[in-house]
Design a protein around this ligand. Structure first.
Ligand code: CUA
Length: 188
């Protein structure tokens, strides 16, 4: 590179281009390092305050995740919360009902090993680690029937572990939620 003589304009042009591209790629790498550092340091100081723990051995006995409290709940302020528990090899409830075009918060945990779930066609994607509550808020744009598979290998029955998410129109949901208790479509 350095021996390109002024008598060889092609080599000189090539050298200039190479230097420019080298500087550009170094700049890109520095920007990426800065982004990764910022995200790492910023995130590392944030999540502790949001960690919620729960005792997986007493889930079914008391607290938020007892069976009668699982499913979709509508709070006094109209907030929609879906609570579910994962265990080898099913979700409880196995069929969830949620309204479209409404903020919905999922709260879930595992009773045994690490599970996870995603809801097909949405950006809902959670890992369920025993001892911790996973939560995520989202909004479903339109009614439909969506699949919700477990996406963490959790044992021999992993591939058979999935649930349905039944997204119904807001008005239909309000009709369904008229009664008390928790909504689900499990058993239908
Ligand atoms: Cu549960 Cu895979």
């Amino acid at each position: 590179m350095s021996d390109a003589s002024p008598h060889n304009p092609v080599a000189a042009t090539a050298e200039r281009a190479e230097r420019r591209w080298t500087h550009l790629s170094i700049a890109i790498i520095l920007v990426l390092i800065a982004m990764a550092s910022f995200a790492g340091i910023h995130q590392a100081t944030m999540p502790q305050s949001r960690v919620e723990i729960v005792d997986p051995s007493t889930l079914h006995l008391s607290g938020e995740f007892i069976e009668s409290n699982l499913g979709t709940a509508v709070g006094p302020d109209g907030a929609v919360t879906v609570r579910l528990v994962a265990q080898q090899y099913s979700f409880t409830p196995s069929c969830l009902v949620v309204p479209s075009d409404t903020p919905v918060t999922f709260r879930a945990t595992s009773a045994d090993v690490v599970h996870g779930f995603l809801i097909a066609g949405t950006n809902v994607n959670l890992n369920l680690v025993p001892g911790y509550v996973a939560s995520y808020s989202t909004r479903f744009s339109e009614p439909g029937d969506l699949l919700m598979p477990c996406h963490e290998f959790c044992g021999v029955g992993h591939e058979g572990m999935w649930a349905h998410v039944h997204v119904v129109a807001r008005s239909e949901f309000q009709r369904l939620a008229g009664g008390q208790g928790r909504l689900s479509c499990a058993g239908q």
